[in-house]
Design a protein around this ligand. Structure first.
Ligand code: UT7
Length: 327
């Protein structure tokens, strides 16, 4: 019988430092009102510059292990989703493996930008279905403040730092039921963070400076994301022969409140059943979905048997959704 990867533990970690919209008014030509009205963001958490981003991933992982009541020695695979790693090598997964004493685990990073956590869950689920591994730690950890251009008002008001983690284990009737993954590389230039290669266009977009900072065509990405979120969720439901009324919760990537409300309206889903953390934490890229899921779980929102849809979208451009039956 087909096994599903079920979530048995969740954790999250956010830096203590809170940056309010009014703080950003001192950095760029913006206002608290513009940011709230155009994005829904009120504040975000920002990691101290000298601290490594992986610290947040380590804390989230330890909390997920405690929540699952298993030892780190039982973890057989660690997958970390990140588009803002501290090092190209070692992978963040190897650093976390060391810091949590999970010496029996294989470890690698995966980058699908803001869709990365759902991509990583899907990959983990494949290993569970084949019977190769029983306990898998999936982490999404992002220190985006380190790759934000703090002089660019188009992007610096949007992002925040944080990490979320979960532990997957095989189950007969609960867990990950289905997924939809996709990418449109033709639109890849809409969000970029160059590392070693800068062509003329990349240099121009960054004021002719070789800086590893985010550039984004906000309006283009916005349109893509509303369509991607709506289509992907509808595809999942159609494949499972389910109606939207059978879904208990949707946890979308937290990029912009207007993206969420536009998509949710198209899906004809009640906004009260959408998990939102955007106002408090901003856009934490691939970490936004597991942070929202872990916090909602901590607040007792989910009950056994709930149908929960996670949906991510962003750089690449990519999208990813998954349907989970809560254990
Ligand atoms: O995680 C995946 C990544 N995806 C995302 O982050 C979401 C994608 N896009 C968006 O969320 C939205 O497109 C933005 C929030 C980035 C921008 O909102 P918008 O409503 O699409 O604004 P816009 O880019 O069309 O700009 C409207 C105006 C412009 O001024 P002019 O040209 O009309 O004079 C911008 O220069 O708003 C201006 N603007 C700002 N004004 C005050 C842009 N950023 C700011 C700002 N404060 N921070």
């Amino acid at each position: 019988m087909k096994k599903h990867g079920a979530i048995i533990g969740l954790g999250y970690s956010l830096p203590e430092n809170i940056v309010h919209n009014s703080d950003l008014e001192k950095l760029v030509d913006t206002t608290d009102q513009w940011i709230r009205e155009r994005t829904g963001i009120k504040r975000r958490r920002i990691l101290e510059r000298e601290k490594p981003s992986y610290d947040m991933g380590v804390k989230a992982s330890k909390q997920a292990l405690e929540n699952a009541k298993i030892s780190s020695k039982d973890i057989e695979l660690i997958i970390v989703s990140t588009e803002s790693p501290d090092y190209l090598t070692p992978s963040m997964a190897c650093v976390i493996q060391d810091k949590i004493d999970a010496e029996n685990a294989a470890a690698f990073d995966l980058n699908a930008a803001c869709s990365g956590f759902v991509y990583a869950l899907t990959v983990a689920d494949q290993f569970i279905q084949t019977g190769m591994y029983n306990n898998i730690l999936v982490v999404a950890c992002e220190g985006l403040s380190k790759v934000v251009d703090w002089k660019d008002r188009n992007t610096c008001v949007l992002f925040g730092d944080g990490a979320g983690a979960c532990i997957l284990t095989p189950s007969d009737n609960a867990g990950i039921i289905n997924y939809d993954l996709g990418a449109d590389g033709k639109k890849r230039k809409a969000i970029t963070i160059p590392l070693t290669h800068f062509n003329e266009e990349e240099l121009f977009k960054r004021n002719n400076k070789r800086e590893q900072v985010i550039y984004m065509q906000g309006r283009e990405v916005f349109k893509f994301e509303v369509t991607a979120m709506t289509k992907s969720v509808k595809k999942l439901l159609a494949e499972e022969n389910m109606s939207i009324d059978e879904i208990d919760w949707i946890i979308p990537h937290q990029a912009n409140m207007r993206i969420i409300t536009n998509s949710i309206k198209k899906l004809e889903f009640p906004i009260e059943k959408v998990v939102i953390t955007l106002d408090e934490y901003g856009n934490t890229s691939s970490a936004s979905i597991p942070i929202a899921m872990a916090e909602a779980n901590e607040n007792g929102k989910f009950k056994s048997g709930d149908n929960i849809v996670l949906v991510g979208f962003g750089g690449g451009l990519t999208w990813a959704s998954t349907l989970i039956k809560w254990l």
